[in-house]
Each structure stands twice: as structure tokens, then as C-alpha cells.
Design a protein around this ligand. Structure first.
Ligand SMILES: Nc1ncnc2c1ncn2[C@@H]1O[C@H](COP(=O)(O)OP(=O)(O)OP(=O)(O)O)[C@@H](O)[C@H]1O
Ligand SMILES: [Mg+2]
Ligand SMILES: [Zn+2]
Length: 157
């Protein structure tokens, strides 16, 4: 028997895809931030579907993002861990789950996050990409020592 969390049931919400990636077990409400972190905007040519606040046995509510014909790099996957450490990445090939992997919190984040310090060199016209070390206390800017301790998603570029 398939459980309530199975592909068959979720198929009612989101169509099955032939090849691509399913990002599952995203914290409820974070799907749009996951999409943002992957650099997908209204102007990119990606076929994606999003289900938000789906009932999950293990998480209460979860979000799911499905990307057609796209597999994610390790770097992209690990960024997702910053906002959804329980996310799982399912690579779909020929309609089947070909590979399933978790996400790992990266030690360094380049780009993606903007330093909140207006005086930081990464916010000037210099061609400098932001760099943050991921520390227990938060994200530490390598250029100006600012630490982002909360509401990370509001700092995503
Ligand atoms: N062909 C497909 N198209 C779209 N989504 C799919 C497809 N195959 C699986 N999925 C989705 O991928 C996720 C993982 O599928 P799987 O069959 O491994 O479910 P599961 O056993 O509930 O996995 P888990 O133990 O990780 O929760 C589910 O959200 C499922 O709906
Ligand atoms: Mg499941
Ligand atoms: Zn800075």
C-alpha cells in the first residue's frame, strides 16, 4: 500500500515528471525561497511546479518543488540546507526516483546572500562577490565581519 505521502497522491497536486528533480520535505512556506535560492525567476525558462503546505506525516506541513529537465549541482543543493535542512533531493529519470539525497549545510556561501552592512566592500561597485562563513552564531561576512543571525531569507539576493 502506498502511504498518503506517495507520488500517486501528490500527483493530484503536481503532475508527474519524466526527468528532473523533486525537492521534497521543504519546510512549510519555504518553497518560494528555495526557488529564489536556485536563481529561478520569472524570466528564466524553467518548467517548475510548486506545492505548498502539503500534509506530511513526518513534518506536519511541507512544501515540494519539482523542476523538469534539471538536475542540481551539489552547491545548489547545499544552499537549500540553509533554509530547509530536512529537504531531500530526488533525481527523477524516466518517471522513477533514480537517486535520493539529503542536503548538507555548506561551510562557505559565495554570492546568494547580500551583506546587510551598507559600507561593506561587497556592496560597492567593486566586482566582489559576497562571502559568508557559516558559523554556529550565523553567517559571518568575510569582508566586514558582520554576522547575520536571523531572517536569512530577507538577505537573499
Ligand atoms: N515521476 C515523478 N514526478 C514527480 N514527482 C515524483 C515522481 N516520482 C516521485 N516523485 C515525488 O518525489 C518524492 C519522492 O518520491 P518517493 O517515491 O521516494 O516517495 P517517498 O517514499 O515518500 O520518499 P521519502 O521517503 O523520501 O519521503 C515524492 O514527493 C514523490 O511525490
Ligand atoms: Mg515521502
Ligand atoms: Zn560585509
Amino acid at each position: 500500500m502506498k502511504n498518503a505521502d506517495s507520488a500517486d497522491n501528490e500527483g493530484l497536486l503536481v503532475r508527474r515528471i519524466k526527468n528532473g528533480t523533486v525537492i521534497d520535505h521543504i519546510d512549510g512556506g519555504e518553497a518560494l525561497n528555495v526557488v529564489k535560492i536556485l536563481g529561478i525567476t520569472g524570466t528564466t525558462q524553467e518548467a517548475l511546479s510548486i506545492a505548498t503546505n502539503v500534509q506530511s506525516r513526518h513534518m506536519g506541513r511541507k512544501d515540494i518543488v519539482k523542476l523538469t529537465n534539471r538536475e542540481l549541482s551539489k552547491e545548489e543543493v547545499d544552499r537549500i540546507a540553509l533554509i530547509s535542512p530536512r529537504a531531500t533531493i530526488n533525481i527523477i529519470r524516466n518517471f522513477k526516483v533514480f537517486e535520493k539525497k539529503g542536503v548538507e549545510i555548506p561551510t562557505l556561501i559565495e554570492g546568494i546572500v547580500r551583506c546587510p552592512n551598507p559600507g561593506c566592500i561587497s556592496n560597492t561597485n567593486e566586482p566582489i562577490t559576497s562571502k559568508f562563513d557559516v558559523l554556529p552564531k550565523g553567517l559571518h561576512c568575510r569582508y566586514c565581519d558582520w554576522v547575520i543571525t536571523k531572517d536569512l531569507t530577507s538577505h537573499i539576493l
